[in-house]
Design a protein around this ligand. Sequence first.
Ligand code: 5AD
Ligand code: SF4
Length: 467
Amino acid sequence: MKPPRKLHIKSYGCQMNVYDAQRMVDTLAGEGFVETASVDDADLVILNTCHIREKASEKVYSELGRLRVVKDDAARQGRELKIAVAGCVAQAEGEEIIRRAPTVDVVVGPQSYHHLPQLLARAKSEGRALETEFSVEDKFGFLAPPKPDAIRARGISAFVTVQEGCDKFCTFCVVPYTRGTEVSRPVAKIVDDVMRLADHGVREVTLIGQNVNAYHGEGPDGQSWPLGKLLSRLAEISGIVRLRYSTSHPLDVDDSLIEAHRDVPALMPFVHLPVQSGSDRILAAMNRKHTAADYRKAIDRFRKARQDIAFSSDFIVGFPGETEEDFLATLALVTQIGYAGAYSFKYSPRPGTPAAEMRETVSAEDMDERLVRLQGLIDSQQSAFNMAAIGKSVDVLFERPARNPGQIVGRTAYLQPTHVMAPADIIGQVLPVRIASLERYSLLGELAAPPHALAMRPVSSHITHGA
Ligand code: 5AD
Ligand code: SF4
């Protein structure tokens, strides 16, 4: 029997890329590849790239420079190392990569991962292969599902893509160009995926999509189902105790989603709802299609449906034309909402996007200074949110042994990492933990009842609902 070939994937960027990397591993498992953590013994290295912000493509070229050395070393030892570039930089700059980096054997865009085996074969026979078309077929139908061993190795929390692409065309964003227009997967396929994951030990599923709450997949009744209805259906699957979704757009917050937060206990009360800016002038220039007041209204609707709900967001500082007054409006919005956490970025012009043509740029010093102020405010809100857990009993889904011997780590509803001393058989269970302290971003606590009493609790403690 031939020894398995080894595959190393390095992923940059968003959760969608993490998920895509797993699908590539699953697809190539059918070709006899097994994953390796090191480039040094790999037969194939895939760089799964991100194009969303600054210098992403430069990072790819410098990584390719390092890989060329590894490839040459392997050749000297009589081994052949193939190098593939996948992800959004591959999509945006495919031809350029082929021209600039002769070491690359395969360039593959996000819509073509199911063709990886053929592309590798083509690279072998023709030297190199490139595919960055938005193919008409449904790639999900062709990507291999994960094997039981792979599911178990990845742990109790899994991502499932339900929607891909975006039609919003925010003026700063490359996503509509690299991931294409919005496509939703049918409900039945998602239900199958989640059932398979649950059968092999997954307890928490995060539905992902670039614009996940624009989901409108075909239901078993032939109707288009909104995200809230899909979430209600998935909550019925035995073994699934927690559901999440990311990333949402404020315009697509509909009644079904709000109702799901009210009615589906497995749906976690933690929503990532990017707003980008608190200034209506900048929101208009970004083509966000909503105002700061619209955003606040969306937040209020969630809060009415579920009191303990918390939010995170994304912000961009230094968008072209952003004045101090615009920036103060962002700080005011953050103060008003009160976040459990948020990401903030300096604006970075993306080639081919409308904002890259805007001339009123903000100086690097102003951007740096605004980023520091915004992050200071967000950090203080995050600390206050984490501190508020101290002394309380909170439900934690336990995921894996921690680095400290005897400790198990899990997450609260708000994704706060939480450590307790406990036996490893609590992994996969949701158990109440009395929080004693906060160490940096981690909560420390004790199981609210001794483990032997807890061992009597059923694994699946969620209540199911009809669709
Ligand atoms: N510059 C800076 N940040 C950006 N993002 C998207 N495009 C850009 C850009 N050109 C940020 C947005 C988005 C997050 C995923 O990345 O905040 O929500
Ligand atoms: Fe990009 Fe999100 Fe705007 Fe779509 S909604 S264009 S993914 S920032």
